[in-house]
Design a protein around this ligand. Structure first.
Ligand code: HEC
Ligand code: HEC
Ligand code: HEC
Ligand code: HEC
Ligand code: HEC
Ligand code: HEC
Length: 499
């Protein structure tokens, strides 16, 4: 084979190498994907997009090199032309070198194919996302493992399928690696994520809106901070959808994701916590209703300039996976399962007095939790501790475990830094809009009516519970007497600061 003289330059030679290598890689990957039947979109990304990209780069380099060297050759046609070394396979030294080179290339090819295949899988794994930068992602990784999505990988929500989001995520990943190495990341990591992939393309792959949900029954159990850790139960019939699921989105909580409903809002500093303006567009009739909150007046120029957000799953389900519980919630759960003993007097009160503190790091927190609880029972209740030390020690361990799963002092992560927008007890949640303060020009309110989203079908202390017929509802009874304040103020106004 004879190559034209213009091809004898380094750009062309390197370009040819790149092209040939990538071509072989593509073939090998293609064979692998066929043999092992791994026909997922992401391997396809390699075979059909990334490697061909490099192949193209190689081809461009070949041409570029030839053009440049041709110009040079023309200019220097009088000068002596430099030739590349001649490889003569009849020469034993040349032959040996050639064989070694070939074998090395094949091994290299094989390894790099295997390597890029594996590397790709690794970058998509939960372990990679959750533990590589151990300190930074520890809160998410820990909370995630205790969530309903523990078997859904991080990338299924954060990246989704398809090439463009994969590339986008790897580019922003490079910046994240830089931020981790230089320790310039914020702690806690900022929320909300403004560039999260739209829920339509992630959540809806598994929870398609055409799969309607009907009403469900939710039982909640609480323990009060009194001497008996008194139990209080509330049973709610959640109106997620209509009474009959086949009625679709016409009413109920998931009415917001009805395709003909469009709810846009503006929030302070785009944080989605304090909502200042809501616009509901009925896409079927074209009717537009604007709700304003007199406590947060917004000017028309600001409305024009602000980034309004269209409500989707994430505006309610903002913590579907890594969700951090408040001390009260994780304590109640642990007492419910018996991990913390109900028989220890004032157990909840003592724990609540402690768990809301800020601790410099986890070890200090765990030590302090242990010492404070034990010293309380040693000093305040006389010989109670000596008689019940087993029970108290067991409960302390349960509290420490629950604390470690929900609070991360190093990254300054607590439940109130990352509030959950479902509900309204400890953060405003639904009451960000449903607060009776938002009012339209025609006087319509975004209501806080207790029966809009759920009915109360049972409440009270065990043994003294009131129950009602499933089509009826009780007026809410607050577990401790606070008069009628709960009717006027949002629950979170007290509950955010309760303990
Ligand atoms: C079921 C879907 C889902 C899974 C699985 C998931 N996330 Fe998220 N994650 C979200 C959503 C939704 C947000 C956006 C919250 C917001 O913007 O209000 C988010 C936000 C984040 C944030 C920003 C801080 C915050 O909490 O708002 C980090 C960091 C994060 N996720 C890391 C992870 C890691 C690491 C994993 C895997 C161990 C993971 N996520 C798994 C849905 C998910
Ligand atoms: C890869 C599939 C998958 C994706 C993507 C996914 N989910 Fe899920 N989701 C599940 C599975 C599986 C369950 C558990 C179902 C069960 O236990 O019945 C679940 C449960 C839920 C639940 C009920 C939780 C509970 O407490 O029982 C909610 C709410 C939810 N997902 C919301 C979301 C949101 C919001 C997103 C997008 C940010 C999302 N999911 C993305 C598969 C997925
Ligand atoms: C961004 C503002 C906003 C948020 C946040 C919000 N909603 Fe709404 N919601 C609205 C608006 C606007 C309406 C329509 C009010 C009207 O037309 O009277 C509405 C209506 C409803 C309805 C009545 C639907 C029907 O017609 O049957 C329910 C139920 C509801 N919301 C539940 C919730 C729940 C539960 C949450 C929290 C998880 C929530 N909403 C959060 C704005 C919001
Ligand atoms: C207006 C707020 C709101 C929006 C928007 C919203 N949800 Fe929900 N969703 C809820 C509430 C409230 C519940 C009941 C939660 C509970 O009982 O703890 C719920 C329940 C669910 C459940 C569990 C159903 C069951 O039977 O247990 C799934 C799954 C779910 N939502 C998925 C989604 C998906 C996917 C989207 C977006 C397409 C979405 N939701 C949009 C408020 C919302
Ligand atoms: C806009 C919808 C909406 C309105 C209005 C509303 N709630 Fe709720 N409420 C919810 C949702 C959603 C939850 C479920 C939270 C969860 O699953 O964690 C909830 C939970 C509760 C709980 C259980 C508390 C918890 O989180 O453990 C009580 C009690 C309650 N609501 C009482 C009330 C009372 C009293 C009113 C009237 C002042 C009211 N709700 C108005 C949506 C609403
Ligand atoms: C004036 C302040 C205040 C307001 C407003 C308020 N609460 Fe409470 N709440 C309390 C106090 C105090 C307790 C008792 C705490 C204890 O003994 O552990 C309590 C306890 C509770 C408990 C059981 C304790 C637990 O483990 O979380 C529930 C449930 C509850 N409140 C629901 C509500 C709901 C729902 C609203 C809004 C409709 C509301 N509260 C409004 C002060 C308030």
């Amino acid at each position: 084979m004879k190559f034209p003289p213009s091809s004898r330059n380094w750009i062309t030679i390197i370009g040819s190498l790149i092209a040939v290598l990538n071509f072989l890689l593509i073939i090998v990957l293609f064979i692998i994907s066929t043999i092992f039947n791994k026909s997922n979109t992401n391997l396809g990304l390699f075979i059909y997009i990334i490697l061909p990209g490099f192949l193209l780069l190689g081809l461009i380099m070949i041409l570029l090199g030839m053009v440049i060297s041709r110009r040079k050759l023309r200019k220097a046609s009088e000068e002596e032309k430099r030739q590349l070394p001649v490889i003569n396979l009849n020469n034993p030294r040349h032959r040996k070198a050639f064989i070694i080179f070939t074998i090395a290339t094949i091994i290299f090819l094989f390894l790099s194919t295997y390597g890029s295949f594996e590397a790709y899988h690794i970058t998509e794994s939960v372990e990679f996302c959750g533990t590589l930068c151990h300190k930074v992602m520890e809160p998410e990784y820990t909370a995630y493992q205790n969530s309903p999505h523990a078997n859904v990988t991080c990338v299924e929500c954060h990246v989704g399928s398809g090439a463009s989001w994969y590339v986008k995520s790897k580019i922003s990943g490079l910046y994240q690696v830089y931020a981790t190495l230089t320790k310039t990341y914020p702690s806690p990591i900022e929320t909300p994520l403004h560039d999260l992939r739209p829920a339509r393309e992630t959540c809806e792959r598994c929870h398609w809106p055409q799969k309607f949900y009907a009403r469900t029954l939710q039982s909640n159990r609480y323990y009060l901070a009194d001497s008996l850790n008194s139990e209080w139960d509330v049973m709610l019939q959640m109106k997620i959808g209509p009474e009959h699921s086949s009625l679709g989105f016409n009413e109920g909580i998931h009415w917001h994701i009805n395709p003909s409903v469009n709810i846009e809002y503006i929030s302070e500093n785009d944080k989605r916590e304090i909502i200042t303006y809501v616009r509901y567009i009925n896409k079927e009739t074209g009717e537009v209703t604007v709700f304003r909150n007199p406590d947060y007046p917004v000017s028309d120029s600001l409305i024009g300039a602000a980034n309004s957000r269209t409500m989707d799953c994430i505006d309610c389900h903002n913590r579907p996976s890594h969700n951090y519980n408040s001390p009260s919630v994780y304590f109640n759960k642990a007492m419910l399962t018996g991990a913390i003993s109900k028989d220890i007097p004032f157990m909840k009160k003592v724990a609540m007095g402690l768990l809301r503190n800020t601790f410099p790091d986890k070890d200090t927190a765990l030590t302090q939790i242990r010492e404070d609880i034990i010293s309380y029972y040693k000093s305040d209740v006389g010989d109670y501790y000596t008689k019940n030390s087993d029970q108290i020690d067991k409960s302390v361990i349960a509290i420490q475990n629950a604390f470690s799963q929900n609070t991360f002092p190093r990254m300054k992560v607590t439940y109130d830094v990352y509030p959950d927008h479902i509900g309204h007890l400890e953060s405003e949640g639904c009451f960000r809009c449903h607060n009776d303060a938002f009012i339209s020009e025609s006087g319509q309110k975004i209501t806080r009516d207790c029966n809009l989203c759920h009915t109360i079908v049972g409440q009270g202390k065990p043994g003294m519970m009131q129950f009602t017929n499933i089509r009826d509802t009780f007026e809410f009874r607050h577990p401790v007497d606070i008069g009628t304040i709960w009717k006027e103020s949002n629950c979170s106004e007290c509950h955010k600061y309760l303990y």
